[in-house]
Design a protein around this ligand. Structure first.
Ligand code: NAD
Length: 485
């Protein structure tokens, strides 16, 4: 059991202002896994004041991007050195299968930090341009104090997606991790401290919604970088709109995987299924709507049922396990609620639907496949966030595209076909921020990722992910003057 009795605020481990604690419970064993102090509004005030002072007068924004990148790279190296322990910690917090989690929950974050450390050396932070009326120096400056708010499903990954680019940009950050997963956030704070991050540049304030909203509203915060549900994103976007505060939102998804009628299922399913059931189904990019051509519908269902029945469910610390428990009891209730809704709506369960036999502890749900699903049903429209797939029939490529687009969300998606030209034509017509064409890779950290429609505003990763934390300033220069560097 990993416990902390202090908060990391302003570069020091300080006593919390309040007396509340957050108890982390292992979703596999239902036993305590750790405890941290719960941050209050007074802690947020201290953290924002420290970030403000570090931004307005401290060394960090005044260092070169290359100097900042050195600190970010050190944290990446430390994560790689700590890979196994960090992956086990996250699995203990939220139940991610270790085999997948080691790569996605820890190695990927270190890759993201490396990418932004590398970009520090190539990004044009100062660009001398010939304007219409003279020379203009276009500077990209850090946006200021950032509030970074993340959910529990891929906690370190999302922390890296925000801290990597914002720190390289020269921002200072108040980071509010989800209350389910504060332990890896505290470990990350230790690694930044060991890497020599100056005081005030990073604070970590674990808390729930109310304190999160207090941080969003805080007048000392210049920019909110939020990842979480669409419901919370709308609220946060509205607050930021009132204050004209910069804001980027990475929200929910209900991605459609389109199997074209020429698909080779034996090749496609081993790439698709891990993306459909990714992270126990608790992934914003999970391919949860499977669109199957009507004349091959039964063949698709049979293949899916066979593959899903063979998935290993159990202790996520066992590297051979593919599906672990859901993060919390309330999440299992939510997923089981949707399983009942699907049946009430007339869809049929082809496999799963209950709790796995022989496991009497932990918040497990069987990997489940619904068939005879109409895209208008709630199980096809709403984000379930559990290992539940809906197989939807279609006729003709155009109808598949229309069904994929008939969603409030637009985060990710995929197409599977023997003909990549035909697949690319489909990919071009689906309104989502990322897409996979016969590819198992949903996100490449060197390229933009984010949502169309209610899946968000803004793009993380790639240079676009750095630009979320930059403000442009144009300085008109006198004739004949050239800046020295
Ligand atoms: P959530 O919105 O309930 O909470 C996310 C975070 O925001 C938590 O830290 C929470 O404490 C905080 N929060 C909630 N309401 C807030 C408010 N009004 N003001 C300030 N902070 C607030 O989401 P969740 O259930 O923890 O996470 C799952 C959701 O996250 C899913 O919808 C999933 O699709 C989404 N998600 C999106 C991405 C992406 O990149 N697009 C990645 C991962 C998860």
């Amino acid at each position: 059991m990993k416990s902390y009795d202090r908060l990391y605020i302003g570069g020091e481990w300080v006593a919390p202002a309040g007396t509340g604690t957050i108890e982390v419970v292992n979703p596999t064993t239902e036993e305590p896994a750790g405890r941290v102090p719960e941050a209050t509004a007074a802690d947020v005030d201290r953290a924002v004041a420290a970030a403000r002072e570090a931004f307005d007068h401290g060394p960090w924004p005044r260092m070169t991007p290359g100097e900042r990148a050195v600190v970010v790279s050190k944290v990446s190296e430390a994560l790689k050195a700590d890979l196994q322990a960090m992956a086990e910690l996250i699995t203990t917090e939220m139940g991610s299968p270790l085999g997948w989690g080691t790569m996605a929950q820890v190695l990927a974050p270190s890759m993201i930090l490396d990418y932004y450390a590398g970009l520090a050396g190539t990004y044009p932070f100062e660009d001398l341009r010939q304007g219409l009326m003279g020379q203009v120096l276009v500077r990209s400056e850090p946006v200021g104090v950032v509030a970074a708010i993340t959910p529990w499903n891929v906690p370190l990954f999302l922390a890296a997606a925000k801290l990597g680019p914002s720190l390289v940009a020269g921002c200072t950050v108040v980071f509010k991790p989800a209350p389910e997963t504060p332990l890896d956030a505290f470990r990350l704070a230790e690694l930044f401290e060991e890497a020599g991050l100056p005081p005030g540049v990073l604070s970590v304030v674990p808390a729930g919604r109310e304190v999160g909203e207090y941080l969003v509203r805080h007048r000392g915060v210049d920019k909110v970088s939020f990842t979480g549900s669409t419901a919370a994103g709308k609220k946060i976007g509205a607050i930021c709109g009132e204050q004209l505060k910069r804001c980027s939102l990475e929200l929910g998804g209900k991605s459609a995987a389109i199997l074209l009628d020429d698909v080779n299922l034996a090749e496609a399913l081993p790439m698709l299924l891990p993306n459909a059931m990714m992270n126990n189904g608790e992934a914003c990019i999970a391919q949860t709507r499977i669109l199957a051509p009507r004349d091959r519908y039964q063949e698709v269902v049979d293949a899916l049922v066979e593959a899903v029945s063979a998935m290993r469910v159990g202790d996520p610390l066992d590297p051979s396990v593919e599906v672990g428990p859901l993060v919390a009891e309330r999440q299992r209730q939510r997923v089981e609620g949707y399983i009942r809704i699907g049946q009430d709506e007339g869809a049929k369960i082809a496999v799963g639907g209950g709790r796995p036999k022989g496991i009497d502890k932990g918040w497990f749900v069987e990997p489940t496949v619904f068939v005879d699903v109409d895209n208008a049903m709630r199980i096809a429209q709403e984000e379930i966030f559990g290992p539940v797939l809906a197989v939807i029939p279609y006729e003709g490529d155009q109808q598949a595209i229309d069904i994929a687009n008939d969603s409030a969300y637009g985060l990710c998606g995929s197409v599977w076909t023997a003909d990549p030209d035909r697949g690319l034509s489909v990919a071009r017509q689906v309104r989502t921020g990322t897409y996979m064409l016969n590819s198992p890779i949903p996100i490449d950290f060197a390229t933009p990722f984010g949502g169309f429609k209610e899946s968000g505003i803004g793009r993380e990763f790639g240079p676009e992910g750095l630009e979320l934390f930059l403000e442009q300033k144009s300085i008109s220069l006198p004739a004949g003057y050239t800046p020295r560097s």
